[in-house]
Write a protein that binds this ligand. Structure first.
Ligand code: FES
Length: 80
């Protein structure tokens, strides 16, 4: 995912390689924003426990809120 200039919103996310863009509100998780706007991203628990939503950040800054550290440490390669 990368930062983008579209659509309007406090935070813009672009999913690569599809190029689909969506906005996230202040304090809203990227996954929650995607689900709210019908953007199909992989997920399992929506709670930071399974790691199914792990992805590669291509640019921008992400603040990782409350999550369980174990899924982030797994050696699973995120989708290209
Ligand atoms: S859906 Fe993100 S960690 Fe489970």
């Amino acid at each position: 995912m990368t930062a983008s200039t579209a659509p309007a919103g406090p935070f813009q996310i672009t999913v690569q390689p599809s190029g689909r863009a969506f906005a996230a509100a202040e304090g809203e998780a990227v996954l929650a924003a995607a689900i709210r706007q019908g953007i199909g991203l992989p997920y399992g628990c929506k709670d930071g426990a399974c790691g199914s939503c792990k992805c590669r950040k291509l640019e921008g800054t992400v603040v990782h809120g409350t999550h369980q550290p174990r899924p982030c440490r797994r050696k699973r390669k995120p989708p290209a």
